[in-house]
Design a protein around this ligand. Structure first.
Ligand code: CP
Length: 308
């Protein structure tokens, strides 16, 4: 019941015990679902408010709710709501809380999920706010790694690409630090991990992560290559995006020195950073990683609603 009633806005809301609890319950749900339909959240309603594009986060939350016997209300375009008439997000959320038991929200406005969580009484789960955070993505990343390697502690993960604007990795690094996974960051100079995050890693976790620019250097030494998309929509000028858009690309040739059991993860969507020729190889985990979003979000929803 540790998660009951909790808002999940950033990884600061999460403990190592919460991580273990969610991963364990995700596994239990995944196994149980193979045998019988589940009704753990029968009578409960999830509202998904997605004011930025999403395929995986929104649909896996909705699938998770349906698979637990619950129901879903969804907003996926602000112009289809009274936001278009000038209503503010806070008022909208205060109305929607009367229609549901839990809210998941994605918004381009950093800090908006926290603002809403402070105003409503149902649990609020951040499905991604601007370049700030995406606190449920790390659970499916960790779940996937644990399935692949049978453990988390002691693994070494290279996090590659847009570390400046990528909200998934801004959340992932804290989760990796909590479970004892070693990290190395690979990015062009202009897309380095924000110092606000590296300072927390150093001061609160005692971790100083090596930062590199060359992808080839890290490939032989890591268990996981965690690729990310260059976040075109966050760049102030298109010309700056054009300079880095094709900076890293995984293909068969570059992986010739990879460890035998190395795995590639990616929060998706991918653009050009992983060649499709790798999809059918032993390295590729990114589609199963996306599918793991369902059991993991089942555990998160059941957790915050106090049903596990
Ligand atoms: N990983 C992720 O957040 O994907 P979506 O943007 O499709 O939700």
């Amino acid at each position: 019941m540790a998660l009951k009633g909790k808002d999940i806005i950033t990884l600061k809301d999460i403990t190592k015990e919460d991580i273990n609890f969610i991963l364990e319950n995700a596994e239990i749900f995944e196994e149980k679902l193979k045998k019988e339909p589940l009704k753990v959240l029968e009578g409960k309603i999830l509202a998904t408010i997605f004011l930025e594009p999403s395929t995986r986060t929104r649909l896996s939350f909705e699938s998770a709710m349906h698979k637990l016997g619950g129901r879903v209300l969804t907003v996926s375009k602000d112009e289809m709501t009274s936001l278009a008439k000038g209503e503010n997000l806070s008022d909208m959320a205060r109305v929607i809380e009367g229609y549901c038991d839990v809210i998941t929200i994605r918004t381009p406005i950093e800090g908006a999920p926290k603002m809403i969580a402070d105003r409503v009484s149902v649990p609020v789960i951040n499905g991604g706010d601007g370049a700030h955070a995406h606190p449920t993505q790390p659970f499916l990343d960790l779940y996937t790694m644990k399935k692949e390697f049978g453990k988390l502690e002691g693994l070494k993960v290279a996090i590659i690409g847009d570390l400046k604007y990528g909200r998934t990795v801004h959340s992932l690094v804290y989760a990796l630090a909590m479970v004892g996974v070693e990290m190395v960051f690979v990015s062009p100079e202009e897309l380095r991990m924000p110092s606000s995050i590296t300072k927390v890693l150093k001061n609160e976790f005692g971790i100083e992560v090596e930062e590199k620019s060359e992808l080839e250097e890290v490939i032989p030494e890591v268990d996981v290559l965690y690729m990310t998309r260059i976040q075109r929509e966050r760049f102030p000028h298109e010309s700056e995006y054009e300079k880095v858009r094709n900076i890293y690309r995984l293909d068969s040739k570059i992986l010739k020195n990879a460890k035998e059991g190395m795995k590639i993860l990616h929060p998706l969507p991918r653009i050009d950073e992983i060649a499709p020729e790798l999809d059918a190889t032993k390295y590729a985990c990114y589609f199963s990683q996306a599918h793991n979003g369902v059991p993991v979000r089942m555990a998160i929803l059941a957790g915050v609603l106090g049903k596990i």
